[in-house]
Structures are given as structure tokens and as C-alpha cells.
Design a protein around this ligand. Structure first.
Ligand code: GLC
Ligand code: CA
Length: 566
């Protein structure tokens, strides 16, 4: 397989709204991103993924797109974006855009037209159904649980319902309708002509809905409301989805030099190759939810090995995937999968980074992860913004849960954990804005911020730099096989990455206690060269048995020793 640029890329995800504000309105903007590009260059990343920055009423922070060909005025102008593209490209950084193709905002021109009359030329851009016995067309519930909880919203003007899997203000687009598809292809080509290097495809597995819109037979769960069931199975991986993606590929992606990464809701190692194998001509790579599981927020060494081994089979099938643990939709990785106490935050953040950057796939860094930003907890629901948190809170209030208990349950998994403003320094509002930030700053910014990390040799940021630089020099990380050792260990995760030119050994104590470590005999003939440690270069190298410190991680290059006989 010819190596593609995105296979050895390091992608950095920017949530513009929370990154850097330059005009004091409390909202991050493109000029802010431009001003920080040198920091990102210094970190070593070479690709940026922007979450949606198009014109939007911001019901879901931009995932509700009102104008697919323009930049939201709060972020800047199209000219600012062009400047950003040119500046980034000059620095060797590519830029990919988030494409929300499952739904638009109800303020999008297409929808405004569509709802006007049943014979409007845009009517079929969306999914309209007449009432059934005077009610919603079926029992599907929406993920954000607004209104009465249904995924259908009645529209007075034409007396019909439209489908919205997410917010009421986010109607689903109708991919069955060819003119809509053509319009989307033109729009994608327009962005490519402008110079973008690819797309992250939002909920790409949900473009096709179950034909005939039958009721789901799944029983309501604790948060479902009024008998409406938010059952993703009704609109995820539905037969025909591959035809849609293949057409997208033949009409757009396949003709141009762009990369596509799909948000794999409902994608597992068994169906991933159907979407992302090169021969399928659909998308280039997926990211999945099997490691960072939002409902559990815990990874054991056993769990880590299992998921990575399963996904190794995907790579064997000529497909590609992402390594990540957090993004704008999750809580902070160090709080969920590491340990965010003062003592263990840095070592555990570095350990997680090392595991993600040394296993097969393209690593994605979410803004703030490189300085070990942590979860936040607000006292009242008024301080929260995330649609899921608000919807679930609403549902819990209806069920009689107290506000405090509801926040205790919702806070650790709220997406707002990831969306607090970037912590640049220890001054007011963490240096993010001179105004009032749109979402409250995490109070730990005095201790956790970039400025502090830049001045300390052993900081998380400086570790990321070393890790990224090391990765670029190690062919085994991108091309090598993956082989776990010490597979029975409940504390240690250890694996080899091997290619023709190189053998690497990664050893991690994925626990908050010391772990005794014995190097397996099979390595006695090897010379160990330590490439990286998250503790101290003075620690003895691991060819000698010793205890590993909590969250200690080490990367070695192994070289066979030629034995010299007397
Ligand atoms: C994806 C996005 C998320 C958004 C949802 C609806 O999951 O990552 O932020 O709320 O799609 O567009
Ligand atoms: Ca601003």
C-alpha cells in the first residue's frame, strides 16, 4: 500500500469557540487560532481538524449549520479563514473541516424553503411525513430529548412532521433525494477548491434511515420520554449507507487529494473495514468509541489489549483508524482514564499520550490534552451548555431526581468538560479572553496552563513534543505490527511494534500503584536503547527487573546483540 500523508499525520482538533478570543466577546475566533499557530507548530502537529465554524445559530455549537459556504461572524470572515489556510499551509500544517451532512440548522436556506409548502423545490431536501392517527409518524425519540422527546417535529404551515435525530432545530437531510446530494457535492468541491485538505464527517453512519419509518421495538430506558425511544439502530448502518458513501467518494473525495475521517457511531472492528478499507472507495479512516467508552469511562489493561488487538485486524484489511481518547464530545481523558490528582496528573497524562501515539493508527490530539486539562464541575445547570447534559437533566427533573443529584450524575460525562476555554496562562480567564467567556473557565487554570508548561522541562506539553518528534523517527510506529507481551498482567500494558527496520518495546504501568516488572527472557539478547520515559532519565533501564512507578511508561528500541565468543 502506498503510504498516504494522513497515515503519519498528527491531527490536532480545534474547538474554535473555546480556543482563543482576540476581540473580547468571550468567543474564540479565527484570528485567535492564527495567532496560536506557532504554538501548534512547536508542538509538532501537522494537521488541524476544525469542529464546525460555519454560520450557525449555535444550538449545538455549530453542528447546526445555517450556511455551509460561510464562516460564522463570531469566528470571523471567509477572508480570515483563507488567511488561516495560507498561514497554516506555509507552516506545513494541513486543515480539515468538519462536515455535518446528516442534518442542517432549521435556519439554513434549504430548510426555510422546504417548510414553506409541499411543492417547494426544496421540500424533499428534508424528511417530511404526514401525521399518523393525528400523532407523530412513529415512536422514534431524539438524542437531545427536547420538546416531548420525539424525533419528529410538527410544522403548522404544511401540517406535516419533519425528522430530527438531534435538536428540534436540526432537521435531518434527505439523502434519498438526488438534487440534495448534488448540492452537497458542489459544496464539498467548493471547499476543496478553496484549499482545505479534507473532512471529518459527522455521524456519517446515520445518513440512511430505516425505509418506511417503522416503530422501534426497543423498550424505553430511564431517560427516554413519553414513550419515544432514542434508538440509534433505526438510523445507523442501515442497508444502503454504503451506496451513499461510495457515491460521495466517486463524485468528490476520490477525484481530489483529500482525506476523510468518519465519526464512527455504530462502527466496530467488525464493520469498520466495510467503510474504510481502501478497496471500498468510501472513506479513508474512522474513529470509533470502543476504547474511550463514554458510559464506563474506565480502561483496564485487559480492555486496552483487547480493543487494540481487535482493531489490528482492521489495519490488516487495508483500512485505517484513529487513536484518540477525548474530543469535544467527551470528558477530559486524564480525568477519565488517568488520574487528575496533583501528584498523578502529569505522569498519567503522559502515559495515555504514549499509548495513543505508539499504537497503530493516526493520533488525534484534542485541544488542551497536551497540557493535561481536566474535567470541571459547575454547581448549577445554568452554567452548563451541552445539549445532552441539558436534555438528560430535563428528563431527570421529570422523573423527580433532585437538581444536585442530577448534576452529580451528569457532570463527569458532560461534553462541557472538554469545552471549557483553553488555559493559556494563570491570569484572568486563563488568558482566553479579556471579556466574559461563553463557558466558565476551569478553576484549576492557575496550576494547569500552557505558559507554565512551556517553562518546565518535564511538563506534559514538552513530553508531547518529544513523543511526536520520536514518532516521526520511528518507522515501526506507522508501519509495524503490534504484539502484546505480559498479557496476564492487570497493571502492565506492554507491546512490541516491529517492522523490517525497527523493533520497539513500550512498557506502561497503567495503574496508580507500583508494579513489579520482570523482563521476559526472550529479550536477554537485546540491547535496550531508551527513547522516552515519562519519569526520569536516571531511572535504570528495564533490561534489569525493577518496580515500575505509578503510571510509568517507557519506550525502547531493541537491537539484537551480536554475542562475542571468547
Ligand atoms: C456529532 C458531533 C457532536 C454533535 C452531533 C450532532 O456527534 O461530534 O458534537 O452534537 O454529531 O451533530
Ligand atoms: Ca472573539
Amino acid at each position: 500500500m502506498n503510504k498516504k500523508w494522513w497515515q503519519d499525520a498528527i491531527v490536532y482538533e480545534i474547538y474554535c469557540k473555546s480556543f482563543c478570543d482576540t476581540n473580547g466577546d468571550g468567543i474564540g475566533d479565527l484570528k485567535g487560532v492564527i495567532s496560536k499557530l506557532p504554538v501548534l507548530k512547536d508542538l509538532g502537529i501537522n494537521c488541524i481538524w476544525f469542529t464546525p465554524i460555519y454560520t450557525s445559530p449555535q444550538v449545538d455549537n455549530g453542528y447546526d449549520v445555517a450556511d455551509y459556504k460561510n464562516i460564522d461572524p463570531a469566528y470571523g470572515t471567509l477572508d480570515d479563514f483563507k488567511t488561516l489556510l495560507d498561514t497554516a499551509h506555509d507552516m506545513g500544517i494541513r486543515v480539515i473541516m468538519d462536515m455535518v451532512l446528516n442534518h442542517s440548522s432549521d435556519e439554513c436556506f434549504w430548510f426555510k424553503e422546504s417548510r414553506k409548502s409541499k411543492d417547494n423545490p426544496y421540500r424533499n431536501y428534508y424528511i417530511w411525513q404526514p401525521p399518523k392517527n393525528g400523532k407523530e409518524p412513529n415512536n422514534w425519540g431524539s438524542y437531545f430529548r427536547e420538546g416531548n422527546g420525539s424525533a419528529w417535529e410538527f410544522d403548522e404551515t404544511t401540517g406535516e412532521y419533519y425528522l430530527h435525530q438531534y435538536a428540534i432545530k436540526m432537521p435531518d437531510l434527505n439523502w434519498e433525494y438526488e438534487p440534495l446530494r448534488k448540492e452537497i457535492y458542489d459544496m464539498l468541491n467548493w471547499w476543496i477548491d478553496l484549499g482545505v485538505d479534507g473532512f471529518r464527517l459527522d455521524v456519517f453512519t446515520r445518513l440512511k434511515k430505516t425505509p418506511g419509518f417503522p416503530d422501534t421495538t426497543r423498550k424505553p430506558n430511564a431517560l427516554d420520554r413519553n414513550g419515544f425511544v432514542a434508538d440509534s439502530a433505526m438510523c445507523t448502518n442501515i442497508e444502503g449507507i454504503h451506496d451513499i458513501l461510495h457515491e460521495l467518494y466517486t463524485e468528490v473525495f476520490g477525484k481530489r487529494d483529500v482525506m476523510t475521517v468518519g465519526e464512527g457511531a455504530g462502527v466496530s472492528y467488525d464493520n469498520a473495514p466495510d467503510y474504510a478499507s481502501a478497496g471500498r472507495e468510501e472513506i479513508d479512516m474512522v474513529y470509533h468509541f470502543e476504547l474511550g467508552n463514554r458510559s464506563k469511562y474506565h480502561i483496564s489493561p485487559q480492555n486496552f489489549r483487547e480493543v487494540q488487538k481487535n482493531w489490528a485486524t482492521v489495519f490488516d484489511k487495508n483500512a485505517w483508524a484513529v487513536q484518540y481518547l477525548s474530543n469535544h464530545d467527551s470528558a477530559r481523558q486524564v480525568s477519565c482514564y488517568g488520574n487528575d490528582s496533583d501528584a498523578l496528573r502529569a505522569p498519567s497524562a503522559k502515559l495515555l499520550a504514549t499509548l495513543l501515539h505508539t499504537t497503530p493508527g493516526t493520533p488525534f490530539i484534542y485541544q488542551g490534552e497536551e497540557i493535561g486539562m481536566v474535567n470541571v464541575k459547575y454547581d448549577t445547570i445554568e452554567d452548563y451548555n451541552c445539549c445532552y447534559t441539558l436534555g438528560d437533566y430535563h428528563a431527570m427533573m421529570e422523573k423527580g431526581v433532585s437538581p444536585k443529584d442530577a448534576i452529580d450524575v451528569l457532570a463527569p460525562r458532560s461534553r462541557d468538560n472538554a469545552r471549557t476555554p483553553y488555559q493559556w496562562n494563570d491570569r484572568e480567564n486563563a488568558g482566553f479572553t479579556t471579556g466574559k467567556p461563553w463557558l466558565k473557565v476551569n478553576p484549576r487554570y492557575k496550576d494547569i496552563n500552557l505558559e507554565k508548561d512551556l517553562t518546565s522541562k518535564n511538563s506534559i506539553f514538552n513530553y508531547y513534543k518529544k513523543l511526536i518528534a520520536m514518532r516521526k523517527d520511528c518507522p515501526a510506529i506507522v508501519d509495524g505490527s503490534l504484539e502484546f507481551i505480559l498479557e496476564d498482567s492487570e497493571q502492565i500494558v506492554a507491546y512490541l511494534r516491529k517492522c523490517m527496520r525497527q523493533t520497539l518495546l513500550i512498557v506502561a504501568n497503567y495503574s496508580d500503584k507500583e508494579a513489579s516488572f520482570k523482563m521476559p527472557n526472550e529479550f536477554s539478547n537485546y540491547a535496550f536503547k531508551r527513547l522516552l520515559t515519562n519519569y526520569d532519565d536516571n531511572l535504570p533501564i528495564l533490561e534489569f527487573n525493577r518496580n515500575l512507578l505509578p503510571y510509568e511508561v517507557e519506550v525502547y528500541e531493541l537491537n539484537k546483540q551480536i554475542s562475542v565468543k571468547d
